[in-house]
Design a binder for this molecule. Structure first.
Ligand code: CXF
Ligand code: ZN
Length: 385
């Protein structure tokens, strides 16, 4: 009997994808054509994808000059459908996470334990097409459709091999899809970048999925005080559920939030995490830190913006650093993170506030824009509602 793979391998697949035809325009769920993978590329049947704020940021931010039509989506899980020439450690049927930053295992960055950057396969997969020939593997009736990172708002996608993480097939794909971006970013920022010690005080600016992932991991590591800052009043209760000990809405204070934080902590927090992507908030986070050792860790994506901080605070020992994907090297580190999830070292379920069929992607974006969800997981199997 023919297997599913034999039916599609080497052929163009027509499947459903959510195509954004213009910035901020409605996503149209329609048939697209997905080319077979070329050498060192992987075609993945996406089973689940969740929405991340970066999808929203790049879809709505015209100034970034992205080309449309475009297929967004980058936090996902799926199953390998076929592989291009030259790949010998992935095969059809393998369970994978397509990730937004790659690992070639050869460059200066990949060779260093200090970073998860990769000079050959970084976030330039934000580009229109594939690294090999510069062309997108997506089209609609012959018209090319641009990619965006893993382009996971499609039943099938094609990505370069360095962006594919093979995971334990036991892991539930509708849950571990969250490890493709936001939750991993938060966990890694606490463990790898802050290397947070028990008893430390922290402030987290922005209590979305990334911020709450920081909160939860800091709680697990024994932080003594976890201050949450957000202008969404619903985040007071939600933050408390995740482990926030003190919540402040800067709009409701009669003095700057950094002053309130300094008073509360006797000089400032040991670590401040910026999870919004706003340069002013980054400066506020920096101002909320303790002189001598206070560290600000930037996780929020703010495009080409610059941040302004007082140099005297650097001379008095504060520092500001940033991280993508929590500092985790995708191929080297993320399979182990999936194992930790399977061993219940941490949860991801608590971040999933909504499950929807893929066809309701526009509703999922409305929830995200309104700040009414953490993660919405879209299921390509339409039986979920
Ligand atoms: C972002 C980081 C900046 C480039 C696009 C992807 N990460 C995840 O949301
Ligand atoms: Zn993301």
């Amino acid at each position: 009997m023919e297997t599913v793979e034999e039916i599609t391998v080497g052929k163009v697949i027509t499947c459903k994808a959510a195509v954004a035809w213009e910035p901020k325009g409605k996503f149209i769920v329609q048939d697209v054509q997905v080319d077979p993978p070329l050498a060192m590329e992987v075609r993945i049947k996406v089973t689940h994808t969740s929405l991340c704020r970066s999808d929203l940021f790049f879809w709505t931010n015209e100034a970034l000059g992205h080309t449309f039509p475009r297929i967004f989506g980058h936090e996902a899980a799926g199953i390998v459908e076929s592989v291009g020439e030259g790949i010998d450690d992935l095969k059809p049927g393998d369970h994978v996470l397509p990730v937004f930053t790659g690992e070639c295992k050869e460059c200066k960055y990949c060779a260093s334990p200090k970073t998860n950057l990769c000079s050959k396969f970084g976030t330039e997969s934000l580009a229109t097409g594939m690294k090999g020939d510069g062309k997108s593997r997506f089209s609609v009736n012959g018209k090319p459709v641009s990619r965006f990172l893993g382009s996971t708002f499609s039943e099938y996608t094609v990505v370069e091999y360095p962006y594919v993480v093979k995971i334990n097939p036991v892991a539930p794909l509708d849950k571990v899809c969250l490890l493709g971006c936001g939750v991993t970013a938060g966990i890694g920022a606490v463990r790898r970048i802050a290397q947070l010690e028990p008893g430390a005080t922290i402030a987290v600016f922005g209590l979305g999925t990334v911020g709450l992932s920081v909160v939860k991991e800091a709680q697990r590591r024994g932080a003594s005080r976890i201050i949450g800052v957000d202008i969404n009043i619903n985040k007071a209760a939600e933050g408390n559920f995740f482990g926030v000990t003190d919540f402040f809405n800067p709009d409701n204070l009669d003095k700057p939030v950094e002053e309130v934080i300094k008073e509360l902590t006797g000089g400032g927090v040991d670590y401040a995490f910026e999870c919004v992507g706003n340069p002013k908030v980054m400066a506020t986070a920096f101002a909320s830190c303790q002189d001598g050792w206070g560290t600000t860790i930037v996780l929020g994506v703010a495009g080409p913006a610059t941040v302004s901080i007082p140099t005297r605070s650097l001379l008095t020992g504060r520092c500001m650093k940033g991280t993508l994907y929590g500092g985790y090297k995708p191929k080297t580190d993320v399979p182990a993170l999936v194992e930790q999830y399977l061993h219940k070292d941490f949860d991801v379920e608590e971040f999933i506030t909504h499950n929807l069929p893929f066809s309701r992607i526009n509703d999922a974006f409305k929830l995200l824009q309104a700040g009414e969800c953490l993660r919405t997981v879209l299921h390509y199997n339409e039986t979920v509602n």
